[in-house]
Design a protein around this ligand. Structure first.
Ligand code: FE
Ligand code: FE
Ligand code: ZN
Length: 276
């Protein structure tokens, strides 16, 4: 059984997302905790959160995956940007207490000229001041395409962050197929090789979720432009091998492909058909 869904808008609240995904035929979903480009978040209505949790249980959903804002940059050279990022992350993690058994992923950051080593240090310092022992969610660092000064373009960079975080048992990785490909990992020609490298460097037990996207660009392009399933450089065969790979079973697969509602419904149906 695969756990598959797509990114949804939180505009109508939490239970509404669960109902939408039921209608889409999936059993997980992702959402931005706040406006992805701005920074404001709506207050969570406890009854709404409880209604979603009941729906997820009743319909045997897999873990959902909240996504931190794109403006969150824990290693920005600008002090204010960095402080705002830490503030957003702290609040987001506290809000996740409403949703047990779910994950929170975010982009590790962009070092904006300070260098990778300093970037890694700043991200780890920020996580060390924000994570707390009683937190329920697992915070997932996303694998990045490596555009600009993005940190997380290699498994080694993610490992370096994890190594510096005291509560590292609260940390995992979200494997974005478009990003990993754009970063230079050949998941079309050598999926087994890439996953065993991931295992050797980070450990597959840290891989909690997959962002399931095709890519508009060739391997190593560092572009980060998502494409519809099977219509990009990954292609249907490779995406199917990823979805069926034994190491990735039972992880939530989240589509972040450029689609309207019907497009997502069709892609969810396609992925489910591979499992038959
Ligand atoms: Fe992302
Ligand atoms: Fe992603
Ligand atoms: Zn992306």
């Amino acid at each position: 059984m695969i756990t598959i869904g797509c990114h949804l808008s939180v505009t109508n609240g939490y239970e509404a997302m669960g109902k939408t995904m039921l209608g889409f035929g999936g059993n997980t979903f992702a959402y931005f905790t706040r406006n992805p480009r701005g920074g404001r978040s709506r207050d969570i209505v406890p009854e709404d959160a409880a209604a979603l949790n009941a729906l997820l249980r009743e319909h045997h959903f897999g873990p959902t995956v909240a996504h931190g804002s794109y403006t969150l940059n824990l290693c920005a050279s600008n002090e204010t940007t960095r402080a705002n990022g830490m503030d957003m992350l702290a609040k987001d993690i506290r809000r996740m207490q409403y949703f047990p058994d779910s994950y929170y992923n975010f982009h590790p950051g962009a070092h904006t000229g300070q260098g990778t080593e300093r970037g890694v240090e700043l991200i780890a310092d920020a996580l060390n001041s924000v994570l707390f022992p009683e937190m329920q969610t697992v915070v997932l660092l996303e694998t990045m395409a490596g555009k600009g000064t993005e940190i997380g373009r290699s498994f080694e960079e993610l490992r370096a962050i994890i190594d510096r975080v005291t509560l590292s048992e609260k940390l995992g990785v979200c494997f974005d197929t478009c990003h990993v490909w754009d970063a230079g990992y050949d998941i079309v020609g050598d999926l087994d090789g890439v996953l065993s490298r991931f295992d050797a460097i980070i450990g597959l037990d840290r891989l909690y979720a997959v962002h399931f996207n095709d890519s508009k660009n060739p391997c190593g392009s560092h572009k980060d432009r998502h494409e519809k399933l099977g219509q990009g450089f990954l292609g249907t065969d490779a995406m199917k091998r990823i979805a069926l790979h034994p190491a990735l079973q039972n992880k939530p697969f989240i589509l972040e492909t450029p689609n309207d509602d019907q497009g997502y419904i069709d892609e969810i149906r396609t992925v489910l058909s591979w499992m038959e």
